[in-house]
Design a protein around this ligand. Sequence first.
Ligand code: F6P
Length: 338
Amino acid sequence: MRIGVLTGGGDCPGLNPAIRGVVYRAFDFGDEVIGFEEGWKGLIEDKKRQLSIKDVEEIINYGGTILYTSRTNPFKEEHGPEKVIETLKKNNIDALIAIGGDDTLSVALKLHKLGVKVVGVPKTMDNDLSQTDYTFGFFTSVEVAVDALNRLRDTAKSHKRIIVLEVMGREAGWVALFTGIAGAADWILIPEEKPDYDKMCEHLKKKYEEKGYALVVVSEGIEIPTETTTEVDEFGHALLQKRGVHEYVADLISKKLGISTRSAIIGHIQRGGPPTVFDRILATRVGVKAVEMVHEGDFGKMAAISGNKVIAVPLEDAAGKQKLVDEEWIKFMKVFEK
Ligand code: F6P
């Protein structure tokens, strides 16, 4: 068989181990693996290269993706789906493995409905995909954020400050929640819960009085008021500076409590670096499973982790169904607001 593989959407640690898992398992079946570059863009523009064991054997600990990635969606490009199908035909691709988050998997589902033999491999550092317990990339990015929080603790203590750390996660609070719990933050703000700033400040004041500093983790997805300004630059352009969530929360705390406050945003630092052992194993398992699904003819599905098993679940049940932090997790988070 000739199996195509691509990585789409935002990168995250674990993509390379997943590609490696695909290539190693494909070798057992005598398959050829063709890696399409830059996600769906590679299939629109026919950019590819063959992958051998030698190409992937050492990439288990590399961040990023050797296949590059993009957010190109063929369904938003003129004749995009036709071009994808044409490239697959031209290269005699029998089946396609699409490694990606919700956008990539939604495209995979639509192509499947057009007759493409496709299997999905879920990934996202946001951990917000339904029908899978976890996605690779998540635990590594939380690990990086926890390390940042530990460093902020040192400086917060020395200067007797309150420091706010903003983490990624889109509309889902998983990254903030896990970072805050694992890094012993004093308050966590997630998009799934309406912020009670009075309660937060009251609590931070108490913690500050007890230990001389406090830490807050905030998810990028929380809503803050949009700012308008009448200021203009030297060319007369409005100086509409978008304030980060972390700056908004830090200002609010310092105004309410009159305590020296600082803030930081970890941003894309969270998306780089070697995957943790957990993510390496998870990514490898789903990569291996995807090839097995191809050989079982299990198309239109993705390789998901359920308990300790990797199972095939219909893309239809996962695509477009964001998994948000639920009541049970919020209750757990509250245990640490003491
Ligand atoms: O979905 C993953 C993610 O890292 C989000 O947490 C974040 O909002 C977004 O991607 C950033 O995307 P980009 O790399 O395009 O700036």
